[in-house]
Design a protein around this ligand. Structure first.
Ligand code: DGJ
Length: 344
């Protein structure tokens, strides 16, 4: 036995480094630490997923370092320095390879929107078939959240590097929590919490997806919806969103519409199971259509840890769509995988 240990030790020394193979993830385990393929916790908060040429890409806030609370805070402005937007790739949605920081903070210009001292949240990337560019939209803000703008960056490759173009108030209106949705006809829309987070604006984008084209509608007027996540099922459009309580959880809400800029009808809270009324302590960020499976969607939530934002966890849960009624629910699962969609 001793001899074997000695031989093993000599072999390790001879190789110089010990390569530890990270464990393969077989299940989604909401709220648990979720490691990437190198064994490091996935760091992609307020994220969004893009499917492109057989690969899923997960973009999110790369939150590194201490969480700080500005001394003048009148509400919960806990933040980390902006380091950029991370990118991970995966074929199976369970095992994610870190592709690096796809959009890096600009550290040498204190006036830049994406300087470490600012706020960068909820990045979402879409692919423009006409320009062949990957277009990233994000919420950018001042540390006191008074700027309320959207920022846009573009890249030639899904893993970046993304080049930051500019920040602005879409159609001259405030924009905080946001997402971008591309319809089947290729038209893209930015959904953003506007008017001091009281009303959702749906801004139609130009053909290259880098700007609003001037047409927008006010929806969910005075309903204070945040964290929009938009998806299409059948001929209907859905928006999952949260209420507006800083980093603290509240109830989720699902709404439906026949057309994106048309009228939206609130369906209610789709979450079921323990702590469903608090969205399981999460806040929506994206809904992933699972490729190659019919009626299979994953609802993605962030479980914010406001005093240590870097350690915020993820809650990914399957959406269940009743075949007869089309009713959508998001039941709690402590552990699950894509087989759940077979059982329907
Ligand atoms: C809730 C938003 O959804 C988050 O993205 C973040 O902006 C926090 N508010 C800040 O309190």
């Amino acid at each position: 036995m001793l001899r074997r240990i000695v031989i093993a030790a000599v072999a390790v020394c001879a190789l110089g480094t010990v390569h530890i193979q990270a464990q393969k993830n077989e299940f989604f385990r909401p709220k648990e630490v979720w490691n990437d393929t190198e064994g490091n916790p996935i760091n992609a908060h307020g994220g969004g997923i893009l499917y492109h040429k057989g690969m899923y890409y997960w973009y999110g806030e790369y939150k590194v370092g201490k969480t700080v609370l500005p001394s003048d805070a009148t509400w919960e402005r806990y933040r980390t320095d902006v380091t950029g937007v991370s990118c991970y790739s995966s074929k199976d949605l369970l095992n994610w390879k870190f592709e690096g920081v796809a959009l890096k903070a600009i550290t040498d210009d204190p006036n830049s929107d994406i300087h470490p001292t600012q706020v960068l949240e909820r990045p979402k990337v879409v692919y423009n078939k006409k320009t062949k560019k990957f277009v990233m939209w994000m919420h950018i803000d001042s540390p006191d959240y008074s700027k309320a703008e959207a920022g846009v960056a573009i890249a030639d490759s899904p893993t970046g590097p993304f080049k930051y173009l500019n920040g602005f108030r879409p159609n001259g209106t405030m924009s905080r929590d946001q997402t971008v949705f591309v319809d089947d006809d290729g038209t893209a829309y930015q959904f953003s919490s506007s008017e001091e987070n009281q009303t959702m604006h749906i801004n139609r984008l130009t053909e290259d997806y880098t700007k609003p084209d001037g047409k927008y509608v006010r929806r969910f007027v005075g309903m204070a919806r945040e964290a929009p996540a938009v998806f299409k099922h059948g001929n209907k459009y859905y928006m999952l969103s949260s209420g507006c309580t800083g980093w603290d959880p509240n109830s989720a809400e699902l709404a439906v519409a026949d057309s994106i800029m048309g009228e939206w009808t609130v369906l209610g809270d789709p979450c079921t199971g323990p702590d469903a009324e608090k969205t399981f302590y999460g806040q929506s960020t994206f809904v992933i259509p699972v490729q190659g499976k019919k009626n299979a969607f994953i609802a993605c939530f962030d479980m914010w840890k406001k005093k240590d934002l870097q350690d915020s966890r993820y809650i990914w849960l399957p959406m269940m769509i009743d075949k007869q009624t089309n009713k959508i629910t998001i039941p709690w699962h402590a552990e699950w995988n894509l087989d759940v969609f077979k059982k329907k």
